[in-house]
Design a protein around this ligand. Structure first.
Ligand code: TGC
Ligand code: FAD
Length: 395
C-alpha cells in the first residue's frame, strides 16, 4: 500500500521494513474495518463493539505491542507502538485510547509491578483481546492531583477492603478487569489492585451524553466494601510513582496518535480545498487558504519529528518524563489546531459528521485534558526549567 500521509523530512527512510509493514497493516485494518463504523457510532453514542474488535487488534499485534513475547505479547518496539497509535487515531481517538489504555495502563502495570502469576494469568489474554481492561486513577474530586486520592484500601487478613469512586475511566463499563489505585489506610502508601468484573462491591457504569469520544466507552467504577484478595495486589507497586510511571507509556502513545488525527484533518482539508470551487476557482488557489494549509503541514511535520525521536529514545530506554510531556503537550496542541482549521476550511460541510474534522475536533478536547492536561504538562516542563514546582500552593 502506498504511504498516504505527510513525510516531508523523509522519516520513512528512518523506519525499518518491519516498522513500515506494521504501520501499513494497521492502516489497512483501520480503514477497511473500523472507519466505516465510526461516524455512526459517534453520532449515536453507541461505542464500537470492542468484544469483536479487540481480538482482531490482538491478532494484528496492536495490544501491549512493546511488551516482551514471554507473556504472549508482540515484543515490538516503542516506535512500532507509536506508529500503531498514529494509524489508529487517524481513524478515531477513542480507538487509540483503547489501544493506549490496554497497552500502557493495564498491561504495563501488570508487567512492571505484577507477580509472576498475575503476568501469566492476565497478559496473554489481554494481548489477544480476549479480555478487556481499564485503569482507575482519576476520582470525582481529584483529577490533575491524583496524589490526593480518597479511595482507600484496608488490609483484612488475606484480603483488602476497597472503598471509593473512580470516574472518567476509559472502558469502565465493559472491562473484565480494572487496575485500580487506592491509598493504604495503614501505611499511607498508594497501592495497585486488579479487580475482576463481578467482584462483590464493584460497580461499573458507562457515562452517557458525552460531547467527545462518543465512539468509545468511558465510565465510572464504584467500590463499596469491595473485597480483593491479596494475590490481586500488584506487589511491586509501592507509591504514587507506580501509577504515574504507567502514564508515561500512554502519553507517549498519544504523542504519535495525535499526529495521526492531525494528518487526517490535514488530508481532508487539502483534498476538499482542491476540489471545492468558489469565485470560479479552487479554494486551494487562494493565498489565505494556502497559508492555513502550510501552517498545518509545518506543525504536523515538526510534531512527527518529535514523536519519531522520542520513539527512538524510548527504545533505548533513555526518554525522560519531561521529554514525554513535551511531546504529549505539543502534538495534542497540533492536533487541536489542525482539527479546528480543517473544520473551518470545509465551511458548513465542516460541521457535518460526514467529514472527519468535527469528530476529531470533539475527540481532541478529551485528549487535551486526559493523561495530564495541557496545563499540567506546561507545569512539568516549567519545573524542569526552573527547579520550582508550581502545581501546589498554600492559600
Ligand atoms: P510528584 O511528587 O511529582 O511525584 C510523586 C512520585 O511519582 C514520581 N513521578 C513519576 N514517575 C514516573 N513517571 C512520571 N510521569 C512521574 N511523575 C511523577 C515522582 O518522581 C515521585 O516519586 P518519589 O519516588 O519521589 O515518590 O507528585 P505530585 O503529586 O506533585 O504530582 C505531580 C503531577 C501533577 C505531575 C502528577 O500528579 C500528574 O501527572 N498529574 C496528572 C494526572 C494524570 O495525568 N492523570 C491521568 C489519568 S489516566 C488517563 O487520563 C487515561 S486517558 C485514556 C488514554 O490514555 O487514552
Ligand atoms: P481538573 O484537575 O479539575 O482540572 C480542571 C482545569 O484546571 C484544567 O484546565 C486543568 O489544567 C486546570 N488545573 C488543574 N490543576 C492546575 C494547576 N495546578 N495549575 C494550573 N491549572 C490547573 N482517568 C483515569 O484514571 N483513567 C482513564 O482511563 C481515564 N480516561 C479518560 C477518558 C476521557 C474521555 C476523559 C475526558 C478523561 C479520562 N480520565 C481518565 C480522566 C483524566 O485523566 C482527567 O480528566 C484529567 O487528569 C484532568 O482531571 P480533571 O478532569 O479532574 O480536571
Amino acid at each position: 500500500m502506498a504511504f498516504k500521509g505527510i513525510d516531508f523530512y523523509n522519516i520513512d527512510e528512518l523506519l525499518t521494513e518491519e516498522e513500515k509493514l506494521v504501520r501499513n497493516s494497521v492502516r489497512e485494518f483501520m480503514e477497511n474495518e473500523i472507519l466505516p463504523l465510526v461516524a455512526d457510532a459517534f453520532h449515536n453514542e453507541e461505542p464500537l463493539n470492542m468484544r469483536e474488535i479487540a481480538p482482531k487488534m490482538g491478532e494484528l499485534g496492536l495490544l501491549g505491542a512493546f511488551l516482551p513475547e514471554e507473556y504472549g505479547c508482540p515484543g515490538a518496539s516503542y516506535t512500532e507502538f507509536g506508529l500503531i497509535c498514529q494509524e489508529v487515531e487517524r481513524v478515531d481517538s477513542s480507538m487509540r485510547s483503547f489501544v493506549a489504555v490496554t497497552s500502557g495502563l493495564v498491561m504495563y502495570p501488570i508487567w512492571r509491578y505484577g507477580s509472576e502469576e498475575q503476568k501469566r494469568k492476565y497478559l496473554p489474554k489481554l494481548a489477544k483481546g480476549e479480555i478487556i481492561g481499564c485503569f482507575g486513577l482519576t476520582e470525582p474530586n481529584h483529577g490533575s492531583d491524583p496524589g490526593s486520592m480518597e479511595t482507600t484500601a484496608k488490609r483484612d487478613g488475606d484480603e483488602w477492603i476497597l472503598n471509593g469512586t473512580k470516574t472518567w475511566i476509559s472502558e469502565a463499563g465493559i472491562a473484565d478487569i480494572a487496575v485500580v489505585w487506592a491509598r493504604d489506610v495503614d501505611d499511607g502508601k498508594v497501592k495497585g489492585f486488579i479487580i475482576e468484573r463481578g467482584t462483590k462491591g464493584f460497580q461499573q457504569n458507562e457515562i452517557k451524553r458525552k460531547g467527545s469520544m462518543r465512539a468509545g466507552d468511558v465510565g465510572e467504577l464504584g467500590l463499596v466494601n469491595c473485597r480483593v484478595p491479596e494475590e490481586n495486589r500488584l506487589p511491586e507497586a509501592k507509591s504514587l510513582g507506580a501509577p504515574l510511571s504507567c502514564l508515561n507509556q500512554a502519553r507517549y502513545g498519544i504523542s504519535w496518535g495525535a499526529i495521526g488525527a492531525a494528518m487526517d484533518c490535514f488530508e481532508t482539508a487539502l483534498n476538499y480545498t482542491k476540489d471545492r470551487k468558489q469565485f470560479g476557482v479552487p479554494l486551494a488557489s487562494f493565498q489565505l487558504v494556502q497559508e492555513k494549509l502550510v501552517k498545518m503541514f509545518m506543525e504536523i511535520t515538526k510534531g512527527q519529528l518529535v514523536a519519531y525521536r522520542l520513539g527512538r529514545l524510548m527504545d533505548e530506554g533513555k526518554a525522560t518524563t519531561e521529554q514525554i510531556s513535551f511531546a504529549k503537550k505539543n502534538n495534542v496542541a497540533v492536533a487541536r489546531y489542525c482539527a479546528r482549521v480543517a473544520r473551518e476550511l470545509l465551511g458548513a460541510n465542516g460541521i457535518s459528521l460526514d467529514y472527519s474534522p468535527i469528530r476529531h475536533m470533539a475527540n481532541i478536547e478529551s485528549v487535551y485534558t486526559y493523561e495530564g492536561t495541557d496545563d499540567i504538562h506546561t507545569l512539568i516542563l516549567g519545573r524542569y526549567l526552573t527547579g520550582y514546582q508550581a502545581f501546589r500552593r498554600e492559600l
